[in-house]
Design a protein around this ligand. Structure first.
Ligand code: ARG
Length: 584
């Protein structure tokens, strides 16, 4: 349940909850409307809203219930109240409910510039940095990075939908001894041509080869370390190639993210973190007596917080991952003055993030508490038919291909698809994303291509299909268009079927789904909502037909409802970073 204050201008169900709260408060002094409001919950199946009476601590629940019931008068908003043990169940008046919800969905979905039913202004005036994806150049883009990309993309959309100013940030692993290795290896294995053609793959290949050399020959490692030291010291000749590699990799990644409908405002990286803040952090921690010197390496002791010991600086003076994160956070605060900064990183790095946040707290930065780690579990089994996934474009290609083959199995339907390449890619990507976001973030899951491509069950293709079908109704019923303005559509025929009422009530809950997601940082609630809505719609198709309905008044009301459902389903999908299809 949402505990935020009511705002019927963005969530019309708040008006119904307020109406319930007003009458209960009036019957039960000294309770305030606000107090009761916070106790109006969604009811179980078949019940609109429920209040658990014991929470008010007013004595015997039977007596309390009797008072409310004695004073109850049905009106345009609330039709009935029913006692049920310690609960009171309330039903909304169907015609009002349906009219009000559809009118709001309609009005807010057609607002320029962007559809905004479901959004709210909770974050107005506040700024959030959301850091996600953050792959390592020259290493593989593993499924962990894919999860970060998917969940992070969702969170960026979610914060925007809740009124925050969002800065999407990609913090590339573009620094570290591995670049010394690649530089060493590039002299032997590098090819400008291949670099130009597929920089991400080529750098990875070079890295793999030179790593093998380093295993046999310690000189290679020493060379690499010296090279990286020169890079850290700002030696331009050592940095020249690295700059090109980074730029080409970012260019290629940008294109691949575009396919995924993901965009970054800022590409930063470990290389961009200034030295001074890293040094200052070290000095500050030394003054606090938290640094131990072990053979010239600097180690911070966090054992009293059960976070072990962490290296902040190596013996040769070069920086490491943790130190860069500390310096980077300080710099970001200086630059952006964020109200919140989120790191979307796998739970494998829980300890790293905990250490890093702890150190900022010890350094007494007042904003240290506004950093948040959003973690997630492992993905197993995502290999392509050619083998282990190493690159992002392999995942995208495989998803598109698997989907394309699936669609070709139905020859008749396949021939009707205008642009099968694009459609199969979009559905494939939807399948990957939905499988990723269906369960709680922290769960590990096993990726399954068969499930991903299926049009049945709670899958991405099913969702796209539901949206396409909803989108086709207007096209198939031009005789009903344009629809009259909402006030002239008679919804009474919808009020008499539970199918329509269920669909519309669900639409009414969408603004709450968004608010809850902001609290939990879980995409799964939005996914569940999208499936519940799609199921409600698919069970209504046969009962609430549009084409063939002779009573045009009825047909128009149904069409209006389906259009509103399409808009809300589309919004939920976009929130999940999915591009809803209108044809397939
Ligand atoms: N590049 C890192 C990796 O692949 C992830 C970066 C996470 N973000 C951070 N600020 N440490 O493991």
């Amino acid at each position: 349940m949402t505990s935020s204050s009511p705002d019927p201008s963005t969530c019309v169900l708040d008006a119904f909850r307020t109406s319930i709260a007003e009458r209960v408060a009036a019957a039960l002094p000294p309770l305030s409307v606000d107090h009761v409001y916070s106790g109006v919950d969604y009811g179980k199946k078949g019940v609109d809203f429920t209040i658990a009476l014991p929470r008010f601590k007013l004595g015997k629940v039977e007596d309390v219930a009797a008072k409310v019931i004695a004073q109850f008068k049905p009106d345009e908003y609330i039709e009935s109240v029913t006692p049920d043990k310690a609960f009171l169940h309330f039903q909304c008046k169907s015609t009002t409910l349906i009219r009000e919800i559809l009118t709001q969905v309609h009005a807010l979905s057609h607002l320029a510039p962007s559809p905004c039913y479901g959004s709210n202004t909770a974050g107005k005036g506040k700024k959030a940095i959301i850091e996600y994806s953050s792959p390592n150049i020259a290493k593989s883009f593993h499924v962990g990075h894919l999860r970060s990309t998917i969940i992070g993309g969702f969170l960026a959309n979610l914060y925007k939908a809740c009124g925050w100013e969002v800065i999407s940030m990609n913090y590339l692993g573009d620094w570290g001894t591995q670049f010394g290795l690649i530089a060493t290896g590039f002299e032997k294995y590098g090819s400008e041509e291949e670099l130009e053609r597929d920089p991400i793959k080529h750098l990875f290949d070079v890295y793999v080869k030179v790593n093998k050399d380093a295993d046999i020959d310690p000189e290679v490692k020493a060379d690499a370390a010296r090279w990286f030291k020169r890079m850290e010291d700002g030696d331009e000749s050592a940095l020249k190639n690295w700059r090109v590699w980074r730029e080409l990799s970012v260019k290629q990644y940008t294109k691949e993210y575009e396919r995924l409908n993901i965009e970054f405002d800022v590409y930063t990286g470990e290389s961009m973190v200034g030295k001074d803040w890293q040094d200052k952090a070290l000095t500050r921690l030394e003054e606090m007596g938290l640094i131990e010197d072990v053979d010239g390496a600097k180690i911070v002791n966090l054992e009293q917080w059960k976070m072990g010991k962490a290296v902040l600086r190596k013996r040769d003076g070069t920086s490491i991952y943790l130190t860069r994160d500390i310096g980077g956070a300080i710099e970001r605060y200086e630059k952006y003055k964020f109200d919140k900064m989120i790191y979307v990183v796998s739970s494998q790095q829980d300890l790293h993030l905990a250490q890093f946040f702890k150190i900022l707290e010890l350094m007494q930065f007042p904003w240290a508490g506004s950093l948040q780690h959003i973690n997630y579990g492992l993905v197993q089994g995502m290999s392509t038919r050619k083998g282990t996934v190493v690159f992002l474009d392999q995942i995208i290609k495989e998803a598109a291909q698997v989907m394309h083959e699936q669609m070709q199995k139905n020859d008749e339907k396949y021939k009707a698809v205008e642009d099968p390449e694009t459609v199969s890619r979009e559905i494939g990507i939807t399948g990957v994303k939905i499988q990723d976001m269906s369960a709680k973030r922290i769960n590990n899951y096993t990726f399954n291509w068969d499930r991903m491509k299926s049009f049945e069950g709670d899958t991405g293709p099913y969702l796209q299909y539901a949206h396409v079908r909803l989108s086709s109704i207007s096209r198939k019923n031009p005789h009903l268009l344009p629809l009259p303005p909402p006030s002239q559509i008679d919804v009474s025929s919808l009020a008499s079927t539970s199918h329509a009422r269920d669909i519309v009530f669900l639409l009414g809950t969408y603004p709450d789904v968004v608010k809850v997601a902001l609290k939990t940082h879980e995409p799964s609630g939005v996914v569940t909502f999208a499936f519940r809505l799609s199921h409600a719609i698919s069970s209504a198709w046969e009962v609430l037909v549009v084409k063939g309905e002779e009573d045009l008044e009825k047909a128009r009301a149904r069409l209006w409802m389906y259009e509103c459902a399409r808009d809300v389903l589309g919004s939920a999908m976009r929130l999940l970073s999915i591009r809803p299809l209108t044809r397939m």
